[in-house]
Design a protein around this ligand. Structure first.
Ligand code: PGA
Length: 252
């Protein structure tokens, strides 16, 4: 069965005390909610993972990292490995975010290695894909996303692919206040699902969680989430304030 997920990607925001406050506020608010088959994931910066996993032990959210290095250990100054995340009880990890692709030149091939590393250590990858504006304007968005999936994801075996969460994040919608329309999101999510069905099986494709990300907020979340192939959201800016984030959780 498909899991419905709202994940908060804090990016490079919050001091330690601010992070402590936000995690506590979200934990307290979730305590009074019935989440049924909804999963809430908080993805704070690396230094706050322990704080988050500590609170998560007695709370209704899971913790994710925002990045990882493919290898288990070694001379990679400044990097963090999948076993390190696992040893801190981190359950999810965002990879392939457009900011990593753009500012840190992460290629589809490099991301394939990150997926392997995470799955080897039983951490659920939240794999981001999506086109930039000129690609959409040139009507190449389907081709771009297909290439990202082909080169990063589709080497996985069936039992590995079934553990991956996909996040469609059109780059032109990230942090811009211009979200994809519900129709644009649904169309791309259905396309992604059809590619997974073709490569693996319809059953597997039906079970994969596909999130939408890009200026998703308390106002537009309900409409975006009402689409049959949109299984939740990866939330940036609106995850930084508890009330906004919780309104999105409630919209799912
Ligand atoms: P945004 O970011 O919600 O601020 O647009 C989403 C993301 O980058 O994951």
């Amino acid at each position: 069965m498909r899991t419905k997920i709202v994940a908060g990607n804090w990016k490079m925001n919050k001091t330690f005390l601010e992070a402590e406050e936000l995690v506590a506020q979200v934990a307290e608010a979730l305590d009074t909610r019935k989440l049924d088959n909804k999963t809430v994931v908080l993805c704070p910066p690396f230094p706050y993972l322990e704080l988050a996993t500590d609170i998560a032990k007695d709370a209704k959210f899971s913790v994710g990292a925002q990045n990882v290095y493919p290898d288990d250990s070694g001379a990679f100054t400044g990097e963090v490995s999948p076993p390190m995340l696992k040893s801190m009880e981190v359950e999810y990890c965002i990879i392939g975010h457009s900011e990593r692709r753009k500012y840190f030149a992460e290629s589809n091939e490099f991301l394939a290695g990150k997926l392997d590393g995470l799955l080897k250590h039983d951490i659920i990858p939240i794999f981001c894909c999506g086109e930039v504006l000129p690609e959409r304007e040139a009507k190449k968005h389907f081709k771009v996303v297909e290439k990202q999936l082909n080169e990063s994801l589709f080497h996985l075996k069936k039992n590995e692919m079934s553990r991956v969460v996909v996040a469609y994040e059109p780059v032109w919608a990230i942090g811009t206040g211009v979200n994809a329309t519900p129709e644009q999101a649904q169309e791309m999510h259905a396309f992604i699902r059809s590619l997974i069905a073709k490569k693996y099986s319809k059953k597997l494709a039906d079970d994969v969680t596909i999130l939408y990300g890009g200026s998703c907020n308390a106002k537009n979340a309900k409409e975006l989430f009402s689409n049959p192939d949109v299984d939740g959201g990866l939330i940036g800016g609106a995850s930084l304030k508890a009330v906004d984030f919780l309104a999105i959780v409630d919209a799912l």
